[in-house]
Design a protein around this ligand. Structure first.
Ligand code: ADP
Length: 629
């Protein structure tokens, strides 16, 4: 019989398993049992949706058996089984378990972590066995096949005999050595302990024959006999009472089910009866999964109907802003063969979704109020998503999310909530001020912010692309309007100051006009500023689009570019200003050069480049030369 090669990726994982020095080799059992349970789920579900008769839920079971003499340990299920082709594709290629793709992203991390924290699936068998035989018969076929492998050299698939559908996985357990004990996996008590530890909630009975002893009838002698026992309680963790489950059990369940290596930050376990009856078990992860911010990420909760998994990721249960939440919902009100389309319109499901949304929010709020450090860790990973969720719902989610937002602020350079900000606003401060830039340091240096800071007003630092857009869909918080430090009116001047500024503007109208002409299309206005203290000039924008929004929007793919209406503001109290006044109207050429320099430096302060850096450099040199002459 031909020996077939494993796919390259599979071989790598297999090598990893065989040479594993991982101490928890015992997890192989969890993996095999979980596959068996999935196979039964599949068949059960298909039986219902395809109207296959003659299958009753009570007939399904997983059997374990030990043959000490031949050193074999067998896991059998009467699930969907595999055809010859399925044996080859499923076991010859490691497909979706995710562990390898994760490993690629985290090449530096130890193999050990990967094995321990991620489902490595079927290949885990090779941690404890040096030969693996899989005898399987698909529920759609009369033929059985045997897949056999001794490791990375390859595998064979040959015809076999098997009564009924399902799969037997027969492991030939490795010999124990001085360093490593494998005999424990041939000990029924040890196996029973492992089932209780890892697979207690599996919803099908896991049975094993156990040797027992009893007194012979009418005699004092003992005799041994075997009896089959169910080892697991079969109650899924989400159906247990909260007080029956330890935090460690929740965490282990989470890590294994959702392939995370960190414990969740929060666990939400809720059960409701009445208008809709469901159990929900939700987790707030500590960090985004490696694909979280990628296109491939799909949000959703697992959906069970009376204990049967009907959808791996049901997106309708989670709003976009909470897409990071992992978990499951089990409801007895849902029909088993409900279609995706019907689910979307299901009233029960909508009701559940809206309750979960409130639960998640209150859990996050409670974390924010009582465990700020954890919340900030959460915020670092997922804050962007909350803000994005607020924006993409056009503000419809502001009530849900506004209290959960955090921003850096000029006050102590710490994260602050909007509520805290408003609470600290001194009397007379009308607006919630913010400034945009790509780093806290740069924002700190923005000349536009000088006056606001000088007044002692706090400024929120918007460093992420989405931040300013949030204020477009949620312009007001607690009756306070958001206002950019670059907006035309900061609302700081008194009537007198405004009058004065107007007068000054009028007096310098022609000068401003000349500078604007020198800059051409680049600016739509040049005017005197009342927001500057130390800087000579700054750039602001009038109209709907700010400089920051221009940057963000133009960085997105697509042809259509937007342009902010740029305003160059000059500081009339700066030493350079009288010099400009002196140059006008007689030295228009030098004034034009100065205009280039002012505009260029304003751009640089914003973290942007002059549109024509070469021309900017030329002007600079020309002026240096002039100075020396
Ligand atoms: P995963 O379970 O993460 O997909 P595995 O390596 O454990 O990865 O298994 C690969 C595939 O082999 C499974 O997706 C499933 O299709 C198939 N398989 C494994 N065990 C069984 C089984 N007992 N019965 C039927 N199919 C199985």
């Amino acid at each position: 019989m031909a020996n077939k090669q494993f796919k390259a990726e599979s071989k790598r994982l297999l090598d990893l398993m065989i040479h594993s020095i991982y101490t928890h080799k015992e997890i192989f059992l969890r993996e095999l049992i979980s596959n068996a349970s999935d196979a039964i789920d599949k068949l059960y579900y298909r039986a219902l949706s395809e109207n296959i008769t003659g299958l009753s839920r009570d007939d399904f079971a997983i059997h374990l058996s030990i043959d000490k003499e031949n050193r074999t340990f067998t896991v059998s299920d009467n699930g969907c089984g595999m055809t010859k082709e399925e044996l080859e594709t499923n076991l010859g290629t490691i497909a979706k378990s995710g562990s390898l793709s994760f490993k690629k992203e985290n090449e530096a991390k130890e193999d050990i972590d990967i094995i321990g924290q991620f489902g490595v699936g079927f290949y885990a068998a090779f941690m404890v066995a040096d030969e693996v035989r899989v005898i399987s018969r698909s529920y759609q076929s009369d033929e059985a096949w045997c897949w056999y492998s001794k490791g990375p050299e390859g595998y064979t698939v040959t015809p076999a005999q098997k009564e009924g559908h399902g799969t037997d996985i027969i492991l030939t357990i490795k010999k124990s050595s001085d360093e490593e004990d494998y005999d424990e996996f041939l000990d029924p008590y040890r196996i029973e302990g492992l089932v209780k530890k890892y697979s207690d909630y599996i919803r099908y009975p896991i049975r094993m024959e156990k040797e027992k002893s009893r007194k012979k009838e009418g005699s004092e002698e003992y005799e041994t006999y075997t009896e089959e026992e169910t080892l697991n309680s079969m109650v899924p963790i989400w159906k247990k009472n909260k007080n029956e489950v330890t935090h460690e059990e929740y965490c282990r369940f989470y890590r294994e089910k959702f392939f995370d290596y960190n414990d969740p930050l929060r666990v939400i376990h809720s059960a409701t009866e009445g208008a809709s009856t469901y159990h929900a078990l939700l987790f707030i992860p500590e960090k985004p999964a490696f694909d979280y911010y990628s296109r491939d990420f799909e949000k959703g909760l697992q959906l069970y109907a009376s204990g049967v998994l009907i959808m791996e990721k049901c997106p309708d249960l989670l709003p976009d802003c909470f897409s990071f939440v992992r978990g499951l919902v089990d409801s007895q009100d849902l029909s088993l063969n409900i279609s995706r389309e019907m689910l979307q319109h299901d009233r029960q499901l909508k009701l559940i979704a809206s309750r979960l949304e409130k639960k998640i929010k209150s859990e996050l709020l409670s974390m924010l109020q009582h465990d700020r450090e954890k919340y900030e860790a959460f915020w670092n990973g997922f804050g962007r998503q909350l803000k994005y969720g607020l924006y993409s719902s056009f503000g419809a989610n502001s009530e849900l999310l506004s209290d959960l937002l955090l921003f850096y602020s000029s006050n102590e350079k710490k994260l602050t909530t909007l509520d805290e900000y408003v609470g600290r606003m001194p009397e007379g401060q009308k607006y919630i001020y913010y400034a945009c830039g790509d780093s806290l340091e740069r924002i700190d240096q923005l000349p536009q912010a000088e006056l606001v800071k000088d007044k002692g007003y706090e400024i929120l630092y918007f460093t992420e692309d989405v931040d300013e857009f949030v204020t477009k869909v949620m312009p007001v918080y607690k009756e306070k309007e958001f206002r950019s430090v670059s907006s035309p009116d900061l609302g700081l001047d008194t009537e007198e100051e405004k009058e004065e500024a107007k007068k000054q503007q009028e007096e310098n109208k022609d000068l401003c006009q000349a500078i604007q002409e020198a800059l051409g299309e680049r600016v739509s206005e040049v005017r005197l500023s009342s927001r500057l203290k130390n800087a000579a000039c700054c750039l602001t924008a009038k109209g709907q689009i700010s400089l920051e929004m221009e940057r963000v929007l133009n960085a997105m793919p697509g042809e259509q570019k937007v342009k902010a209406e740029r305003v160059l503001e000059l500081n009339p109290d700066h030493e350079i200003f009288p010099i400009l006044q002196k140059l006008y109207p007689d030295q228009k050429e030098t004034l034009a050069d100065y205009a280039q320099l002012l505009y260029g430096q304003a751009l640089i302060r914003e973290g942007m480049l002059p549109e024509d850096p070469a021309a900017f450099a030329t002007v600079m040199c020309r002026l240096m030369e002039k100075k020396e002459k």
